[in-house]
Design a protein around this ligand. Structure first.
Ligand code: MLT
Length: 239
């Protein structure tokens, strides 16, 4: 039977073995929710960047017309870019057949710290069932990697890890007390209203609320709107 592990902050990533693992990157508010939405709505790929300057340099080297420049800082859309990081703005008419160049504060940054020799999936609440099925099919131990917020623990990522853990435990997968805690907090708050209430009380939730993104929080807390399983292939996230 396979094992579930959760990492709470980027400092713990050195626990992940270099091979034979499945890794799920979770940044519920909002990078992983946005990546899932963009691909489900027809984008051909998402290329993640840690900094705005890296993204701009990449674009300048090859300014293809199908690129969309996207990203945020502190939750606010980057000035001069096509889109920010609100999943609701990644509508099919905007993203279909486009390649998204995306810079976010935590989610896209953590991706470059993961051991690429493993299978890396992008997980959110909005695609949790589909990703869980893929984890089971891959038949390896799984690390649920919470992106956190500037190095610190994030409540909404932990609750999302609890959703994945609860689905995997139904299939007999096992984890330590951290996995049990995440599962418990998810199960005790799994109604839409309770989940959104917890998200709203998180640090990221408060920030997004203050910036006027309350609809993003509701969207990010909606279970299984999509059945896509994005994964990292080379420098690009695709389906
Ligand atoms: C991040 O990567 O830190 C987040 O997705 C920030 C945000 O909410 O836009």
């Amino acid at each position: 039977m396979h094992k579930i592990e959760i990492t709470l902050t980027p400092d713990e990533l050195n626990r992940i073995p270099a091979k034979d693992q499945t890794i799920v990157m979770i940044d519920t508010l909002r990078a992983s929710t946005t990546i899932v939405t963009a691909l489900a709505n027809g984008a051909r790929g998402v290329i993640p960047f840690s900094t705005r300057s890296e993204l701009e340099e990449y674009y300048r080297a090859d300014p293809r017309p199908d690129y969309l420049l996207c990203g945020e800082r502190g939750g606010r859309a980057l000035a001069g870019f096509d889109l920010g990081n609100s999943p609701l703005s990644y509508q099919p008419r905007v993203v279909k057949n486009r390649i998204i160049l995306l810079k976010t504060t935590n989610g896209t940054r953590i991706l470059e710290q993961l051991p690429l020799t493993n299978m890396i999936l992008i997980g959110a609440m909005v695609n949790s069932l589909a990703v869980t099925k893929r984890i089971i099919d891959l038949d390896r131990d799984v690390f649920l990697v919470c992106a956190g917020t500037q190095g610190a623990f994030s409540l909404e990522d932990f609750i999302t890890a609890g959703r994945y853990s609860s689905l995997l435990q139904q299939e007999g997968w096992q984890g330590d007390d951290l996995v049990i805690a995440a599962t418990r907090i998810f199960k005790d708050n799994q109604s839409f209203d309770d989940l959104i209430n917890l998200f709203l009380h998180s640090r990221n939730g408060q920030n997004l609320l203050n910036l006027g993104y309350s609809e993003d929080i509701k969207f990010a807390g909606s279970l299984d709107l999509f059945s896509v399983v994005p994964y990292l292939k080379g420098d690009k996230i695709i389906l």
